[in-house]
Design a protein around this ligand. Structure first.
Ligand SMILES: [Zn+2]
Length: 495
């Protein structure tokens, strides 16, 4: 090729790559709701106002149980048919304020809800495409009682210390937020909700050690922990908030999720616990996808990956590129992200939004600016990899089929099994999050019939839906018949 043309080609390719990777932010930098923190009642009021403004794309529902102090755990969901799951639409969730005094996430989520509604009404092409093709669940507060404890304790403290300093709770929230590092972290019963999920890691490590790993969801183990043992790994009873969210995770076809915390600035990915609770890197079988998606959020954040940013005060806070494996930072037993991965199809990250857990309300707009691009693009990531149906020989969808995935590695010239199965939902649908590459995909039905292996090249395009790969099970009886005929033929030839 002519050298000039070749160089021009390279320049054009580079320009295209840059244009693609630096896609401009969709959401507005200017938050309209974030002049100050909001009480639980105010958060719920805003959710209902958004629902009134955008009734055709939103729906509000409560989780099955209330908080220890009897406050509803409210979710606002966005989609073109928000009340129902629609075929081939992935379900996504953001969870805020699991630790009551880690509050940035809950404020970001109401602003996100507001902007999704407004941009949809403005006919923003990309928001319409995202909302129409995805079901997005936002729960601003998983621990409303903890938030109350943190805020009211701080206000009482100021009343004693300097009675004339703040006239109202809101004035205090706007000027200082809260200053206590731990108060309000737990729920009303003083239980840390991110240590209160059934400890499925222990089963997983045991099965791997004994070579009995089924690469499967540990549902029977979850039931045993909740119904027979009743206690988490810190000997605390399972709490209403935990049980409500655990059922929510298992009962919905969630694909991707993030859980917001504070106290540091980093994206944390599973596993959160190691085989002996020691601090060490503990990779899931999907480590490639988790590291990629964790970096995706960190890179789009305004300063998470900045080398010269001021470190927070937490121990072992020395992150490369704004991400960390959970157990490599500090091991957590009974955490929510590992429960997502080991009990359901959902992949969850834990995102630490800043050194301050409960910053002064006047700074919230800056947190919005820092996160809004990442917050939006991360939802699109529910469309990574492939999706499709598993069908029987009569083209009927098969529920409970397991999707097995092998990735091709050119350096070894072979396929390697990812030892984690995704299971089809009751409508026979699946979504399999994957990094780009060449894969062999197959399905195994509950009756052990299998599909052929589809070889696919996965290329996830930004802001596009996942590639569709339907898998058809081979009818066992016709397979047996073919095998018999083949054998008869061979015998006939050998005679
Ligand atoms: Zn936390």
């Amino acid at each position: 090729m002519n050298r000039k043309l070749y160089l021009l080609g390279l320049v054009l390719i580079n320009a295209l790559v840059i244009a693609h990777s630096s896609s401009s932010p969709i959401l507005s930098k200017d938050a309209t709701l974030l002049d100050n923190h909001h009480t639980n009642e105010e958060i719920f009021e805003i959710m209902y106002k958004i629902n009134e403004k955008c009734p055709h794309i939103t729906h509000i529902y409560d989780l099955g149980r209330k908080s220890a102090n009897n406050t509803a755990l409210k979710v606002i969901v966005f989609s073109d048919n928000a009340q129902i799951h629609e075929p081939m639409e992935p379900e996504f969730k953001y969870v805020g304020n699991m630790h009551g005094n880690e509050v940035i996430g809950r404020e970001l989520l109401i602003e996100l809800a507001q902007q999704l509604c407004d941009l949809y009404l403005d006919n923003n092409e990309d928001v319409v495409k995202l909302v129409d093709s995805t079901r997005i669940h936002l729960i601003p507060t998983m621990n409303p009682d903890g938030w109350n404890l943190a805020a009211l304790n701080e206000f009482k403290m100021w009343e004693k210390k300097e009675p004339s300093k703040f006239k109202t709770l809101h004035e205090m929230l706007r000027e200082v937020g809260t200053t206590d590092w731990l108060y309000g972290r737990t729920n009303l019963n003083q239980v840390d909700l991110n240590r209160n999920f059934p400890d499925l890691d222990a089963y997983e490590y045991k099965y791997v050690k004994e070579n009995k790993n089924r690469f499967d969801h540990l549902l029977a183990e979850s039931s045993y922990e909740i119904n027979q043992k009743h206690f988490d790994c810190n000997f605390k009873q399972f709490q209403n908030e935990t049980l409500a969210v655990a059922s929510w995770i298992v009962n919905n076809p969630f694909v991707l999720s993030a859980n917001f915390h504070g106290g540091d600035l980093v994206v944390n990915y599973p596993y959160d616990d190691s085989n002996n609770h020691e601090t060490k890197y503990s990779a899931t079988p999907d480590d490639e996808f988790f590291t990629e998606i964790a970096s995706f959020y960190a890179d789009l954040h305004a300063n998470m990956t900045k080398k010269n940013r001021k470190k927070c005060d937490m121990v072992a806070d020395d992150f490369k590129n704004g991400i960390t494996n959970g157990a490599n930072w500090y091991p957590v037993c009974g955490g929510m992200q590992d429960f997502n991965y080991l009990s359901s199809n959902c992949f969850e990250l834990t995102i630490e939004l800043g050194c301050d857990k409960f910053p002064a309300g006047k700074y919230l707009k800056q947190y919005w600016k820092d996160n809004m691009h990442a917050l939006y693009e991360f939802i699109w990531k529910a469309h990574s990899g492939i999706k499709g149906y598993v069908l029987d020989s009569n083209d009927q969808p098969v529920s409970g089929a397991r999707i097995s995935v092998e990735k091709f590695y050119p350096e070894i010239g072979d396929y390697v099994l990812i030892k984690h199965h995704i299971t089809t939902n009751e409508d026979g649908e699946y979504w399999r999050l994957l990094t780009d590459g060449i894969y062999k995909i197959s399905a195994i039905a509950p009756d052990n019939s299998v599909s052929g292996k589809a070889v696919v090249e996965v290329i996830s395009e930004p802001r596009e839906e996942a590639m569709r790969v339907d898998l058809k099970l081979v009818d066992d009886s016709s397979r047996a018949k073919r095998r018999l005929l083949k054998n008869l033929e061979r015998l006939f030839r050998e005679q």
